[in-house]
Design a protein around this ligand. Structure first.
Ligand code: FEO
Length: 395
């Protein structure tokens, strides 16, 4: 398998996971890559590895350049097993290789692999000389694990950013300018929304640290390598880290007999009438990780469920549980739904939206059994008012 030279002497030697469709609960319809990088210097250095089942692919790429036994340094920017899963095999092939990782990374690697590897913890600002090049380490704790760090090569102006700036895309292309910006941006947004969103404050600190560096290439550990569209992706990351959104709405619902769906459609009509684009997502047909991509772009989040067994539908409860964990900020929420006789779902949804940190636009709306034409008009009016409020407050 061919490696790809990203800068003279620096090679992408990762693995392409064409088949994966679910990455610990995150839908990956385009597959993904695990990017590892080989730096050919006086000290041959491997930056990160790949998921365990892709290790042969990585080794075959390394062998196109050098015998793996010659690797002297390994940088482990992140312990999670999609990047460290190849370490045991590499350490078998290059037992003398010293592993450089953050202080938390040392603990994490010990806990994962229970090994006697030669681990060298590094602190922020520490520099490792490879010969002609250096690598400087910058911890990025909680973006998105405690151990995360990024590595920067000042001579080549390359930032090995690990999960940051990643996207789950399997493709023969390796660089941003070889691929569709629209898909790349959407996948980067989905990645941020599902993996990084809870850590906006930490991302801001990392972006501030990165702004002091002269970066020509961002080499993440998933997806395409950024060499042309750095200003664009940096701008998006800044917005996402600030929890900025657009004057848009996402309406998320499930329905039993179609009544909650009718309410969702009436709300959407009202929002559109007010001039706010709205998307509608049925939890029976849309994966929750895709819905989070809508959330990252939307100021308003409307959630609907009928009442079943004195509570909301399990699909809606599952979504709200996931949503709350991702801790979105600066959003307004609205709960709605139909019911037969008890009608607890709307209050429960509203409570969950509050727990997730949303500001409630107005008390939730519920309708018994089947909405009448007047009910639909009143829901449409809620949509109009919400839309007007969004436009007014975002001016
Ligand atoms: Fe791609 Fe946090 O691992």
């Amino acid at each position: 398998m061919k490696p790809v030279e990203i800068k003279p002497g620096i090679f992408w030697v990762g693995g392409i996971d064409w088949d994966i469709r679910n990455f610990h609960g995150y839908s990956t319809p385009r597959g993904t890559t695990y990017n590892a990088y080989l730096i050919m210097d006086e000290k041959i250095t491997l930056v990160d590895t790949v998921k365990h089942y892709m290790v042969d692919e990585m080794i075959s790429r390394i062998k196109e350049i050098v015998e793996p036994s010659k690797i002297e340094y390994i940088i482990s920017n992140h312990v999670e097993m999609d990047h460290s899963g190849g370490l045991p095999r590499i350490k078998e092939l290059a037992p003398q290789a010293r592993i450089y990782t953050s202080i938390q990374g040392e603990k994490g690697l010990m806990a994962h692999y229970k090994s006697d590897w030669d681990l060298q913890p590094v602190k922020g600002g520490d520099t490792l000389n490879l010969g002609k090049r250096n690598l400087t380490f910058l911890p990025t704790p909680m973006v998105h694990w405690p151990d995360n760090m990024v590595s920067y090569c000042p001579e080549d102006k390359v930032l090995f950013s690990n999960d940051s700036f990643g996207q789950h895309i399997a493709s023969p292309e390796r660089f941003d300018d070889q691929y569709s910006w629209g898909i790349l941006h959407e996948e980067a947004a989905k990645y941020y929304a599902n993996i990084v969103m809870p850590y906006g404050d930490q991302v801001k600190r990392a972006l501030e640290a990165a702004s002091a560096l002269d970066i020509q290439v961002i080499a993440p550990s998933h997806g395409l390598i950024w060499r042309k569209l750095l200003p664009q992706i940096m701008e998006s990351y800044q917005k996402w880290a600030d929890y900025q959104s657009e004057k848009r709405a996402v309406i998320i619902y499930d329905s039993m007999w179609g009544s909650t769906r009718k309410l969702a459609l009436a709300l959407m009509e009202g929002l559109e009438y007010a001039g706010v684009p709205a998307v509608i997502r049925n939890l029976k047909t849309t994966d929750i990780s895709d819905i989070m991509t809508d959330v990252i772009f939307s100021r308003a989040v409307l959630v609907g469920s009928p009442t079943l067994n004195r509570t909301m539908l399990p699909t809606v409860a599952g979504f709200l549980n996931y949503f709350r964990g991702l801790r979105p900020r600066n959003r307004i929420g609205f709960a709605f739904g139909s019911f037969g006789w008890s009608g607890e779902s709307v209050q429960e949804i509203e409570r969950e939206l509050v727990n997730a940190g949303l500001e409630i636009f107005q008390p939730g709306g519920k309708i018994a059994y089947i909405p009448s034409p007047d009910d639909l008009i009143s829901f449409r009016e809620i949509g109009v008012e919400m839309g007007k409020s969004l436009l007014k407050n975002s001016e």
